[in-house]
Design a protein around this ligand. Structure first.
Ligand code: ZN
Length: 72
């Protein structure tokens, strides 16, 4: 699966995967995607964070509304 190579920065173990390689010793990272794909991935993860944040907001609001009804 993953090839082991020498990290060019610290000489530690560089884990080489299909789309990127990284070193766990110094967090050296290089990816093999072009810039457009990397930007898309970043946008996707940011969108996911925004969606999960909104879901949490909605959940707490719904809980509060429900509590109000029970009290009244
Ligand atoms: Zn390293």
């Amino acid at each position: 699966m993953a090839n082991k190579q020498r990290c060019p920065r610290c000489g530690g173990n560089l884990e080489v995967l299909r789309s990127y390689s990284h070193c766990s010793g110094c967090f050296y990272f290089e990816d093999y995607w072009n810039d457009a794909d990397t930007a898309n991935l970043q946008a996707l993860s940011e969108a996911k964070e925004m969606i999960s944040y909104n879901e949490n907001e909605n959940d707490s609001k719904m809980e509060n509304a429900h509590d109000d009804k029970d009290c009244a």
